[in-house]
Unconditional design. Structure first.
Length: 113
């Protein structure tokens, strides 16, 4: 028999309830203007997941420039945004040049057209 701890059960229940929030928005992902409020959490896989509490990558910063801004796909978990900003700063310091940053995620994730 598998022993599942109480914290594990809470995590499973929380994930299931957040998944329902994401599933309710399965249609029209590209129509959503901003991220869902809440503590940052990626739910599901990269092909069919969603994100709560996403951060938006600014249009440009030290060492990078976001491209195709009209798509509204420069969102991600705050750790992803921080990683991209850090990577761009390091590549700029190394003299690599400007990094073009394309699609990351829509404000709440979901499939992209």
């Amino acid at each position: 028999m598998i022993d599942i701890s109480r914290p594990a059960l809470k995590l499973i229940a929380a994930t299931a309830s957040l998944s329902l929030v994401c599933a309710a928005q399965a249609q029209g992902w590209g129509d959503l203007d901003g991220p869902a409020a809440g503590l940052p959490e990626a739910i599901g896989g990269y092909t069919a997941g969603c994100v709560i509490g996403a951060a938006q990558l600014p249009a440009d910063g030290p060492g990078y420039q976001a491209i195709r801004l009209e798509r509204n796909r420069h969102y991600g978990h705050p750790e992803l945004v921080a990683f991209i900003e850090s990577l761009a700063e390091r590549t700029q310091a190394a003299g690599v040049g400007l990094l073009p940053i394309g699609d990351m995620s829509q404000p709440r994730g979901g499939p992209m057209i």
